[in-house]
Design a protein around this ligand. Structure first.
Ligand SMILES: [Zn+2]
Length: 57
């Protein structure tokens, strides 16, 4: 799984764990990566449920 880091200076997300490619500032792990996947998963479920409701209605 790819870790996503967030620059503490400019707030940009980056895949670089060393430093921000944009401003060179330090990066930190904003939150556990699995939360990102969970959000993505929930959004997909919500979308699917909406589509299912449309078909049923
Ligand atoms: Zn930055």
């Amino acid at each position: 799984m790819t870790r996503i880091w967030k620059c503490v200076v400019c707030g940009r997300y980056t895949l670089s764990s060393d430093k921000c490619p944009s401003c060179g500032g330090p990066v930190k792990n904003p939150h556990p990566p699995n939360i990102n996947f969970q959000d993505k998963y929930i959004n997909t479920i919500v979308k699917l449920r909406r589509e299912t409701k449309w078909k049923q209605a």
